[in-house]
Design a binder for this molecule. Structure first.
Ligand code: XBP
Ligand code: MG
Length: 251
């Protein structure tokens, strides 16, 4: 029986990357007097490295080799801290929007007393700000467990954050569904024993989602159903809690 839904955040709950995190990274670089700029395409390639600090460190290794090896970690930490400040301001200003159907599905699940959780590589402060801004007051309390960067230093595709959440939920993987947007997220959830529903976005739609329970454009709304991209022959679907339970029961 399905007992809980475990949501990724970046790219799944909200379109955070292109107009949120990416812009915040660039502002942090500018603040530090660096002429680095991650354009939309370059950022798409850099997303293969999960975790903002890890992404900066990777960029330093590949594009700023003149920086002394023993200074790179500290620089990445400083830049990432500044990037988080920018990101939090941007979320407060409304730069990041929830994806179609997310608020509806979360509200329905909460009203039904259904267990919700979060498993993400992003920092806890970013989640708190996003949920406070985009959902009704108190929505942070809708989630029984929130697993974030601070809880799982091994970032996706490592399963650590999902294992942390499952342990806290005291549920078996077969009793839960993961909701993800990326191949790295799918790999992390799968390695933790979870079945996964994928909602793609512009950065992830061409990734390999073999093994996913369903691949969808989004969750859809009554007047704008989601497109089914994999996992079923149906063309369109409207994803609510009953639909999630049906998919889970089918497998
Ligand atoms: C998302 C990420 C995050 C964000 C930046 O991965 O990799 O690192 O890009 O957030 P997922 P931070 O959606 O698979 O969890 O800068 O806070 O790390
Ligand atoms: Mg994601």
């Amino acid at each position: 029986m399905l007992r809980a839904l475990i949501f990724d955040v970046d790219g799944t709950i909200a379109d955070t990357e292109r107009d949120g995190h990416r812009v915040a990274f660039n502002r942090a670089f500018a603040d530090a007097g660096l002429d680095w700029h991650w354009d939309v395409a370059r950022y798409g390639a850099l997303l293969r490295v999960t975790g903002g600090r890890e992404r900066i460190l990777h960029f330093i290794d590949t594009d700023a080799a003149h920086i002394a090896t023993n200074e790179r970690e500290a620089l990445a930490r400083r830049l990432h801290a500044r990037k988080t400040e920018h990101y939090l301001c941007m979320v407060d200003e409304g730069a990041v929007q929830l994806r179609p159907g997310v608020a509806r599905l979360l509200s329905e699940a909460h009203a039904a007393g259904f267990t919700l959780a979060i498993a993400t590589t992003t920092s806890r402060a970013n989640i708190d700000a996003l949920l406070a801004h985009a959902l009704p007051p108190g929505a942070l309390g809708w989630f029984s467990v929130i697993g974030a960067a601070e809880d799982a230093p091994c970032k996706k595709p490592d399963p650590q954050v999902y294992e942390f959440v499952l342990e806290k939920l005291q549920l078996a993987p077969r009793e839960c569904l993961a909701i993800e947007d990326s191949a790295a997220g799918l790999q992390a959830a799968t390695a933790a024993g979870l079945r996964t529903v994928v909602t793609v976005n512009d950065y992830t739609r061409d990734q390999d989602f073999s093994g996913a329970l369903m691949v969808l454009s989004d969750f859809g709304e009554r007047d704008a159903p989601a497109r089914v991209l994999g996992g079923s022959n149906a063309a369109n679907v409207f994803v609510d809690l009953a639909q999630m339970k049906l998919w889970h029961a089918r497998h």
